[in-house]
Design a protein around this ligand. Structure first.
Ligand SMILES: NC(=O)c1ccc[n+]([C@@H]2O[C@H](COP(=O)([O-])OP(=O)(O)OC[C@H]3O[C@@H](n4cnc5c(N)ncnc54)[C@H](OP(=O)(O)O)[C@@H]3O)[C@@H](O)[C@H]2O)c1
Length: 356
């Protein structure tokens, strides 16, 4: 990838310095409305099958953006770091951003909305994914339990809340976060239709759904469900064999993979947990990643992400680091196409033994 370049309208402010490689540093300075940031690199893009939605082959995930799950703990330093992370992703060519109404109880969406206001041309270039359907304990009354809520009233109210926090008129892709056991597919379909007709949502999808749940909802919905956002990584192989990816290929859903580095383990955060029963397997997998990474001249994280991208369903990994330099390393995955042999070498290491 070539260099990325940012230009700030506000001179004299402390500049964010990340990276000490041959690539120029990121140059975003938090600067208020009118700040210009120009991504010089175009990351490869992917079109979500069955839709006109197109975004970068890697998405940037905003779950950890605030650096805390408590909105009261979003200090000015955390706010600045969150802005810097979003801008770093944008400068690197990420155009797909993943949110949920519950991330830091709405603060992640608000922080992202602040960046959109500071960098107005960004809205046109990025695609925003967000989710609804999980409700915290105590909402709306103190006795309410943590739960799932796919009632039409909740879906519509949650969407309005996300639009407001993000400061946008339309959500590009709106997902149901986790299956609601009390889901009435016809009611969800009616809510989706209302949001689409009102121009508040372009495309719809689901997250953490089993294939049968996708099929059930799709049967009721007049619009295609374009993604199932699932946990998928070298340390979470189930989607390869539980029918999830088969369904994506059969029905044309474009899967998105959350925790693609298994919360950082695959990037190197294997830790010193020798008493972890999985330690030997993780260490072997890290060795296999390291070998291929060295051979390809990229980071281990990039290889772990490229492993996801190699699947023919067109998996979109959602990168979750908040550190711009790690983000830069992860972005290398957009350029790596693993061979069948490399893919199976990693899969065998992840499996812990020779495949049957
Ligand atoms: N639909 C769902 O139910 C669901 C669930 C979970 C997540 N998600 C989405 O998926 C996104 C990604 O999930 P995730 O954050 O768990 O992804 P991840 O990339 O697997 O993990 C990110 C974590 O790993 C650390 N990390 C990243 N690279 C590292 C490296 N090279 N070495 C050591 N540590 C490293 C990061 O720390 P630093 O920040 O310090 O680098 C961060 O804490 C979320 O932001 C969210 O958008 C969706």
């Amino acid at each position: 990838m070539a260099a990325a370049r940012g230009v700030s309208a506000s001179a004299g402010e402390a500049r964010l310095r990340v990276g000490a490689t041959s690539r120029p540093e990121f140059t975003f300075a938090p600067g208020g409305a009118g700040t210009r940031v120009l991504p010089e690199d175009a990351m490869k893009t992917i079109r979500f099958a069955r839709s006109a939605l197109e975004g970068s082959v890697l998405a940037y995930g905003c779950w950890r953006l605030a650096g805390t799950h408590d909105p009261a703990q979003v200090t000015p330093e955390r706010r600045a770091a969150a802005h810097a992370a979003v801008i770093a992703a944008y400068e690197l060519g990420f155009t797909l951003f993943d949110h949920a109404d519950i991330y830091c109880q709405g603060a992640a969406e608000s922080l992202f909305g602040e960046v959109l206001r500071q960098v107005p041309e960004m809205r046109e270039r990025v695609r925003i994914v967000t989710k609804c359907g999980i409700r915290f304990a105590g909402d709306p009354d103190p006795a309410a339990p943590y739960r799932y809520d796919f009632s039409a009233a909740h879906i519509i109210a949650a969407c309005e809340g996300s639009l407001k926090r993000l400061g946008v008129e339309t959500i590009d892709l709106y997902l149901l976060h986790r299956p609601d056991f009390l889901c009435d597919p016809a009611e969800v379909a009616a809510a989706f239709s209302r949001l689409k007709e009102a121009g508040k949502v372009r495309e719809f999808g689901v997250s953490n759904f089993r294939p049968s749940q996708v099929a059930m909802l799709q049967k009721a919905c007049p619009m295609p469900l374009v993604t199932n956002q699932i946990e998928f990584s070298l340390l979470h192989l189930e989607p390869l064999s539980d029918g999830t990816l088969d369904q994506c290929l059969t029905e044309g859903l474009t899967p998105m993979a959350w925790s693609p580095l298994a919360g950082g383990i695959l990037g190197g955060r294997i830790g010193a947990a020798m008493n972890d029963p999985q330690h030997a397997r993780k260490a072997k997998l890290n060795d296999a990643l390291e070998l291929i990474a060295r051979d390809r001249g990229v980071s281990r994280a990039a290889i772990a992400l490229a492993w996801l991208r190699r699947h023919p369903a067109g998996v979109v990994p959602i990168v979750g680091t908040t550190q711009p330099e790690r983000l830069r390393e992860a972005a290398q995955a957009a350029e790596v196409e693993l061979s069948r042999e490399e893919w199976y070498r990693l899969t065998e290491a992840a499996h812990g033994q020779r495949l049957p």
